[in-house]
Design a protein around this ligand. Structure first.
Ligand code: HPA
Length: 246
């Protein structure tokens, strides 16, 4: 049976609903992945789980070894990747607590190791990235969320910032002008590396807070954690439905 990888983000360091079969700590040509890989079953389907920020949650977004993570999942036999991503909401309907399945990305990060295609090449490779997320997997996630009785937003442009600090209000205004609906710190180069490895990839964004300047006052960690706790429970419900239906 096919193996689906889950990359857990902030608020999802462990997938406690997984019936665990084994754990592995693979080596890759790029070093060690963020966490061990946890293999198990959920609702009759095989999954492999990786904690993007490590377990415990200690690796900030710009220090994540994205290449090792993606390589390890490919090597483990994953055939598709579902990423959970905590985000700030920019568009008025993307309020804290909402789920969205983004359809596009704008990359504002810098200095991250973002390609497998840079050494020992016999030719230069440019992947097509017109549609950064797998449309097929996106539709499955949307259908699974709706079947689980969850309200989900179909689409959205995910702007990926460098972090680890949150943005200024002016930066968010610029991103909004650029067309961003959501802001997070980990979507890139993760999505591009998945494409380089020909792994279908889609993300479930969980809105943790209003993006900077979209609400009065400061963004607090307590607010983020409160919304993420509920959002991640919704994500697990979506995943269970996904497992049951595919
Ligand atoms: N900005 C960037 N990344 C985030 C945010 C945010 O407001 N909230 C959760 N991840």
């Amino acid at each position: 049976m096919s193996l689906t990888a889950i990359i857990g983000g902030t608020g999802l360091t462990r997938l406690t609903h997984l019936q665990v079969h084994r754990r592995e700590s693979p080596a890759t040509p790029y070093g060690a992945p963020s966490s061990e890989l946890t293999f198990g079953r959920l609702a009759g389907r095989d999954f492999v789980f990786l904690a993007r920020h490590g377990d415990p949650h200690t690796i900030p977004p710009h220090k994540i070894n994205y290449r090792a993570n993606l390589w390890a999942l490919k090597q483990a036999g994953a055939e598709a990747i579902i990423a959970a991503a905590a985000v700030g909401g920019i568009r008025p309907d993307l309020a804290p607590g909402r789920l969205a399945i983004p359809h596009q990305i704008i990359d504002y990060t810098w200095g991250r190791a973002g390609t497998f295609f840079e050494e020992g090449l016999d030719h230069v490779t440019h992947i097509d990235f017109t549609t950064p997320y797998s449309e097929n997997l996106r539709q499955k996630l949307i259908a699974s969320a709706r079947a689980a009785g969850l309200s989900v937003v179909d689409g959205g442009v995910y702007g990926c910032t460098q972090g680890p600090r949150l943005e200024t209000a002016a930066e968010i205004a610029r991103m909004e002008h650029d067309g961003c609906d959501l802001v997070g710190m980990t979507g890139m180069p993760e999505a591009a590396l998945a494409r380089e490895l020909e792994l279908p990839y889609a993300a479930c964004a969980i809105v943790a807070n209003w993006a900077a300047g979209k609400n009065e006052g400061e963004i607090t960690l307590a607010e983020i954690e409160r919304h993420l706790a509920r959002g991640m429970a919704d994500f697990v419900a979506l995943l269970t439905r996904f497992a049951e239906s595919s």
